[in-house]
Design a protein around this ligand. Structure first.
Ligand code: GAR
Length: 219
């Protein structure tokens, strides 16, 4: 081969990795976030967390993100004149990283109309109860107080209600006679982390279609 011969193209991987960009919204410890970060260590996992956004600078999940080298942003309601302005600020912070999916993983605020106008259809939430039972911020406490024998977790699309969007996946957890809120929530979270990782992977691979309220991953 002479110096003038064209160089062969650089070798390319047999399959070009295609991964969906994720933004994760958190308010707390971030164990669901940690589960996603652990899952993406596998090169075959079809999604990558590109940014973590919190409404609380003290959220433990921000440290989880930083330790993994993930960009973090804090969008505090106190830094905005009103709820609508905060909502718009959050929407901008999410848009700036251009995600395929927004994952609410222990994000304890309602996403408002401004946010949903920009991101509806790609926002997913994980909730520690079998919706439509026990929506809201105290799902585990409410389920215990009601005396249910079985509860669990739900991953759903976010609409403009409180935990009312189309259900993507659910898994049941038994309530034990001696459970208190902390023990029950901890057992739910073990199941929830796996459910969230599996559901995000399925969404990233296949997308989701809607037939009325019925969500069909890949459909
Ligand atoms: C999770 O159980 C999640 O479902 C719940 O907060 C926990 C966050 O845990 N979210 C809600 O209750 C929303 N209504 P984490 O910070 O360890 O991931």
């Amino acid at each position: 081969m002479s110096h003038d011969d064209p160089q062969p193209p650089a070798p390319r991987p047999a399959t070009v990795p295609r991964t969906a960009r994720l933004v994760v919204l958190i308010s707390g410890a971030g164990s669901n976030l940690a589960a996603l970060l652990a899952a993406q260590q596998d090169a075959d996992f079809p999604a990558r967390v590109v940014a973590v956004i919190s409404d609380k600078p003290e959220a433990g999940g921000l440290e989880v993100a930083r330790a993994a080298g993930i960009a973090t942003v804090v969008v505090r309601p106190a830094d905005f004149p009103d709820r609508a302005a905060w909502d718009a600020g959050l929407a901008r912070a999410v848009s700036a990283v251009d995600p395929a999916w927004v994952v609410c993983a222990g994000f304890m605020r309602i996403l408002g109309p401004g946010f949903l106008a920009e991101h509806a259809g790609r926002v997913v939430n994980t909730h520690p109860a079998l919706l439509p039972s026990f929506p809201g911020a105290h799902a585990v406490r409410d389920a215990l107080a009601h005396g249910v024998r079985v509860t669990g977790c739900t991953v759903h699309l976010v609409d403009d209600g409180v935990d009312t969007g189309p259900i993507l996946a659910q898994r049941a957890v038994d309530v034990l006679p001696d459970d208190d809120e902390a023990t029950l929530h901890e057992r739910i979270k073990v199941v929830e982390r796996t459910l969230l990782v599996e559901t995000v992977a399925a969404l990233a691979r296949h997308g989701v279609g809607l037939d009325g309220r019925r969500a069909r991953i890949g459909g």
